[in-house]
Design a protein around this ligand. Sequence first.
Ligand code: ZN
Length: 382
Amino acid sequence: MYNIIPGQVKEKATLSRMVTSNRLPHALLILGNAGYGGLSMAITLANHMICLNPLPESPCGECKACVKSTKLIHPDIHFSFPVIKKGTKKREDTTSKDFLIDWRAAIKEMPTMTYSDWATYIDAENKQLNINTKECNEIIQKLSLKSFESEFKVLILWMPEYLGKESNRLLKLIEEPPPNTKVIMIAEDQERILPTILSRCQLIRLNPVSDEVLKSHLLSTGVADNEALKSILNLSMGNYGTALKLINHNEQDFSTLLLDWLRMSYMVDKDPAKLIQWITSLSTQAKDLQKSFFRYGLHFFREYLIGMLSEGYKMKLSDAEIQVATKMKAIITYDKIEYIINELDSLVTLLDRNANMKVALLSSSITINELMKGKKQPELIA
Ligand SMILES: [Zn+2]
């Protein structure tokens, strides 16, 4: 069951070995882009721990505990994740428990979901999700009770980045959990986790999946044919989540693609082949997908520009996107954004006119590179 997600072979072996040799640490932190499948691996790991007839490398998948675990309803596997206020409840009274039904459905639908996917799923795209004080108190209380059906109690805490200073409340629990209690955290951004939490966790770092592994996995699940796969693999760059989105034409979340493009444009002097391969793949995608991608870029940069220029403006971007924007601040100053917006605008026009998109994208990438590197002064471009 670890194999729902492709790749991460070494990491999966480490996790299953920890279970079978009974050497699981109190607290484990699985770190990596959501598209690498950390959440899914954490769920399988918890399932493996509570399985009644565990196999050396995976849970049996058939026992009573496995059935409940697969449905995410096992009473000894607890979930905590960032949320917003629910209905008429006050935010400080709302916890993950109020969103459990959505949570189960979202994971089933999107095993590699990102923070933005989750926010969209609960209609909270432009809201700040977090894990609040009440949630932390409930975690501590829940884990202090005896387990119900299995030897272990497991807490799966998704995105501890959104705990903020609340994480201090959990320090004692993580350092010295009650007997037979394990905490598994899944995070994307190490820098946003308190060092006091980090130092108490054993780290499992996930990596991009090789094209070969990704390809055979996608083919075996019958998701796409060989020809379409080639360009999807190039665009995904080892991210299973991105591959699934491209296959399903899920145009909601292009932030990873946009960021990859900007990064490769920035590095074009060092690795032009990589950028060209990526551009070739994008230009062979369906027109509506390309257009959605450029429109996403326009939306992103427009919001970012207004946000920079007008104090107090609430950007219509997800928290994760704002993080990305903040990281870019140093190299993409507001005077340059306008020119990037122009590039994206002209890409949309060129696409409508059936222009050669490979050439157009390459030219835009070079302009973006020069803007970021400061070789091209914005006032000279117009
Ligand atoms: Zn089982």
